[in-house]
Design a protein around this ligand. Structure first.
Ligand code: FAD
Length: 418
């Protein structure tokens, strides 16, 4: 196993960088595995990694229809936080943030996790009350939250428009351990760690069918032939409904587009993650200097990984309202990803009615920060057959029975509002 270190970088620099090896192998698929993970995004790769690391299951394949990290894991705005309010979500995201804090050492990979602090702004007395309650819930969960008055916000974010007559800033909730990480490095780090433990990562291998006999999964059909396995994890984010339909399942998931935007590189100007309370807008600055920001979903279901201009205009308007200085920056590029939206805005990690077939989906637009805990809990479920303690609320049947719904936003059952 090749370990990365500062010393190795110096040594390789001295000998013309001839000693580096590919970060993972490019194996041919075997005829059979103990477990197959469909989807080489963050959640699929993390599941494979923890199956091998925590449960000693190494005869595992990740089947990815494109290239590793080409989906949402490499398209998001990189925000990592544990500021959830409801039981069920709180303990899960708290667990995830603790895993993030040890991730680079665990993977021996620089995922550029930066705990620069996240500030959620509020603009009315009602919003302040809601954020006070959220902050208390975070503290009760063992995470951190600090209530800021307008002067406290001004100390951190002097460049905001505080006196906006329509949306004056009443204060903010600071989550000091929140921040960002480099999104595709997370996929690469987990891929490398899984590969080193013997997992086969198979790219350009679309799953086209699920083999099921007598109520049990027996394998998958792929663009590279049939592969047998008694355990199959369906971890395909925005494509969840399509792949589940191969097992005759109709999921309570809608796929929606979410866009992200990046400006030209600028000198350091925004050193937190900032979230606007009166419009769907959030922003941070990447290490390269680009301002990375996003807003709400485009308001229609789609499988196109690109968005439309009305939402781009809406996001720019929110940006200008909050920080007029941003109008001087040039937007360099934008892109879209396909969100797997659930009716209550919370995810699903569960068994299905088909024995051996497991489901991981419904991450909406918050699934990047969930990657470590999702992989951890999905691996636990696939290896032991039992839900992990911090993910036991993520049952699929809550949408059938109505028991245990976790509607964090309080917006009801309309997928695109979560
Ligand atoms: C613009 C944008 C901003 C976001 N911002 C944030 C944020 O700031 N913070 C946050 O926490 N979350 C954010 N998210 C959400 C987060 O990125 C997703 O919830 C998360 O990445 C989804 O899980 P994943 O990484 O496994 O998905 P993906 O990377 O999409 O992985 C799924 C994989 O499955 C593969 N696949 C699909 N069908 C098949 C098949 N039939 N056979 C084989 N493979 C298949 C796909 O090719 C894909 O690679 C954002 C998302 C977007 C698009």
């Amino acid at each position: 196993m090749m370990r990365y270190s500062g010393l190795r970088v110096i040594m390789e620099g001295l000998r013309g960088n001839t000693g580096w090896k590919p970060a993972w192998r490019d194996p041919e698929p075997k005829a059979e595995y103990d477990a197959i993970i469909i989807g080489g995004g963050g959640h699929g790769l993390a599941t494979a990694y923890y199956l091998a690391k925590n449960h000693g299951l190494t005869n595992v394949a990740v089947l990815e229809k494109g290239y590793l990290g080409g989906g949402n894991v490499g398209r998001n705005t990189t925000i990592v936080r544990a500021n959830y309010f409801l039981p069920g979500n709180s303990e899960f995201y708290s667990h995830s943030l603790k895993l993030w804090e040890g991730l680079e050492a665990d993977l021996n990979y620089n995922v550029m996790h930066s705990q620069r602090g996240l500030i959620n702004l509020f603009h009315s007395d009602g919003q302040r009350d809601a954020f006070v309650r959220r902050g208390n819930a975070m503290i009760n969960q063992g995470d951190d939250a600090v209530l800021l008055d307008p002067d406290g916000v001004r100390d951190h974010l002097p460049y905001l428009d505080f006196d906006n007559t329509r949306f004056p800033i009443y204060g903010g909730l600071l989550h000091p351990r929140g921040g960002t990480a480099r999104h595709d490095a997370v996929a690469w780090g987990y891929a490398r760690g899984a590969d080193q433990r013997g997992v086969d990562l198979i790219q350009n291998c679309e799953v086209t069918g699920l083999d099921i006999a007598n109520g049990k999964v027996t394998g998958v059909q792929t663009a590279r032939g049939a592969i047998r396995a008694k355990k199959v994890g369906l971890v395909v984010a925005g494509r969840s409904s399509q792949v589940a339909a191969m097992a005759g399942m109709r999921l309570p998931i809608e796929s929606h587009v979410l866009q992200a935007f990046v400006t030209e590189g600028l000198k350091p100007v925004i050193d937190h993650v900032v979230s606007f309370g009166m419009g769907h807008f959030y922003i941070s600055q990447s290490d390269k200097g680009g301002l990375v920001f996003g807003g709400d979903l485009d308001f229609y279901s789609s499988y196109a990984a690109r968005g439309n201009l009305p939402m781009a205009e809406h996001v720019m308007e929110a940006a200008m309202t909050l920080m007029p200085m941003i109008g001087r920056a040039k937007v360099l590029r934008s892109w879209g990803g396909i969100m797997d939206m659930s009716p209550d805005g919370s995810p699903i990690i569960d068994k299905t009615e088909t024995e051996g077939l497991f489901l991981n989906c419904g991450w909406c637009y918050g699934g990047f920060k969930a990657v470590p805990a999702s992989g951890w809990c999905m691996a636990h479920l696939m290896a032991t057959g039992q839900p992990h303690e911090v993910a036991k609320g993520y049952r699929l049947d809550r949408f059938l029975t109505g028991h245990g719904l976790m509607d964090e936003e309080g917006t009801g059952a309309q997928h695109n509002l979560h």
